[in-house]
Design a protein around this ligand. Structure first.
Ligand SMILES: Nc1ncnc2c1ncn2[C@@H]1O[C@H](COP(=O)(O)OP(=O)(O)OP(=O)(O)O)[C@@H](O)[C@H]1O
Ligand SMILES: [Mg+2]
Length: 427
């Protein structure tokens, strides 16, 4: 028993291999013990307790993510190879697109989670694809041909919540004119997607917890319970742990829902894929709108590649659909939604006729040089007009050396005889 103590205590890093080893040591201690004294029983109980704590610890959110990421094969392969491997395993993407490592990790976790029937909690910012991921999990499991029922927990009024989720019997409350199935019953055999789970009021949380524990529901106004076999996938863009600390979300429900945890990356962590997503949604929009894929002006493309996308993939997709709908062959700033359209500086007022436009300057000293040249040219042209193209007269009036005037005229490509001709025309 002494040896057992040391062996079980050894190996402080927590891993499944380490856990199984500890369990095996415990098992063989029991197998070979011919008689156990009370102190031995106490020791074994302590060890079993420690093991239970370790299992609890490992079963927290990192568990599946860790398992997926720590596979040596996954670590060593490029994202493209990982995607190809998913395809080779007949993974159903449901239109989920991207090679970003965090997205692939989420897809690999979804692949592992899909056939288990375990509850999954998906979190991520708005528009990162939480509902899409829930559909991916459903489509890759053995419930794929059964219903996928989506419930937005934030959109149901508190007084209707119970009836919406669990159904009601005729006469259960005013307005209950007939028996009605709830979402859980409708999703029997399939998956129920509880969107915005952080918005579920505390009373609803208690009822949901009961269903998750007992796998049965009770319609409002009914005496009997109905067994339901519904896989639960929940999603949130809130920090549920923080809500628990604030007393607004039940911790026991969080642990029930969070058996497998998937976090979806925001688009700003997948910026390298924005250009690919333009093409992907551009083709998709072209097909659905029955048109040629949209092209973008270079300035629009540069703007959209640089844009922050607070609404993540949904926003990018919506922008591409909007451009595809509003623009002809090529989209530009004017086709963007007004609230994100960049302010284009007004065109500079054109220079007076005959003086040409000031070319764009790269910096201030360049701008000064250009302005000075333009003023010089304007002065010479006006003076030549006044002197009827006579360079000698111009030099005299301006008190300049004649050859210097000639040099300046040459610099600006001004021909004095053009002004003589124009003076003749005016006569
Ligand atoms: N990886 C992806 N590949 C292709 N399309 C995606 C991807 N992720 C999201 N989308 C698309 O973006 C849109 C928004 O996705 P979804 O509704 O799943 O986001 P969400 O996280 O549930 O958003 P919200 O929090 O606002 O409810 C959908 O049209 C979805 O098909
Ligand atoms: Mg959603």
């Amino acid at each position: 028993m002494k040896i057992l103590d040391q062996e079980v205590a050894a190996g402080s890093t927590l891993s499944y291999g380490g856990l199984i080893e500890k369990i095996e040591i415990l098992r063989s201690a029991l197998r070979w013990a011919s008689r156990l004294e009370r102190p031995d029983i106490e020791r074994l109980l302590r060890q079993a307790g420690a093991l239970r704590d370790d299992v609890m610890h490992l079963s927290h959110q990192e568990r599946f993510v860790h398992a997926a990421a720590s596979e040596p094969t996954a670590l060593n392969r490029s994202t493209r190879q990982r995607r190809e491997a998913l395809i080779a395993r007949s993974f159903v993407f449901e239109g989920a697109f991207g090679d970003n490592p965090k997205l692939l990790e989420a897809l690999e976790v979804a692949e592992k989670a899909a056939p288990t029937g375990l509850p999954v909690l998906i979190d991520g910012e708005s528009g990162t694809g939480k509902e899409l991921m829930a559909k991916v999990i459903h489509a890759n499991g053995n419930r794929a041909d059964r219903p996928f029922v989506s419930v937005n927990c934030g959109a149901i009024p508190d007084n209707l919540l119970e009836s919406e989720l669990f159904g009601h019997n005729k006469g259960a409350f005013t307005g209950a004119t007939a028996d009605r199935k709830g979402k859980f019953e409708s999703a029997h055999g399939g998956t129920i997607f509880l969107d915005e789970i952080g918005e579920l009021p505390l009373a609803g949380q208690v009822k949901l917890l009961r269903v998750l524990e007992a796998h049965e529901i009770q319609r409002v106004g009914a005496d009997r319970t109905i067994a339901v076999d519904t896989r639960v996938v929940a999603a949130t863009n809130r920090d549920l742990r923080k809500l628990c600390e604030e007393g607004r979300f039940r911790e026991d429900l969080l642990y029930r829902l969070n058996v497998i945890h998937i976090t979806l990356p925001p688009l700003r962590e997948r910026r390298d894929e924005i250009a690919l997503l333009f093409d992907y949604f551009g083709d998709e929009a072209a097909e659905s709108l029955k048109r040629r894929p949209i092209e973008m002006t270079p300035r629009l493309r540069a703007f959209l590649l640089d844009y922050a996308y607070p609404g993540n993939i949904r926003e990018l997709r919506n922008v591409v659909y909007r451009l595809s709908c509003l623009a002809g062959q090529t989209a530009d700033f004017e086709h963007l939604p007004a609230d994100i359209r960049p302010v284009v500086p007004a065109k500079p007022t054109p220079a007076p006729a005959g003086h040409g436009h000031a070319p764009a300057a790269a910096d201030l000293s360049e701008a000064k040089r250009l302005a000075s040249d333009q003023a010089e040219r304007a002065f010479l042209e006006r003076a030549l007009l006044e002197t009827g193209g006579l360079v000698t007269e111009l030099a005299r009036r301006c008190d300049m050396n004649r050859s210097h005037v000639q040099t300046l005229l040459k610099k600006h490509g001004i021909r004095s005889k053009d002004f003589r001709a124009s003076a003749r025309d005016q006569q």
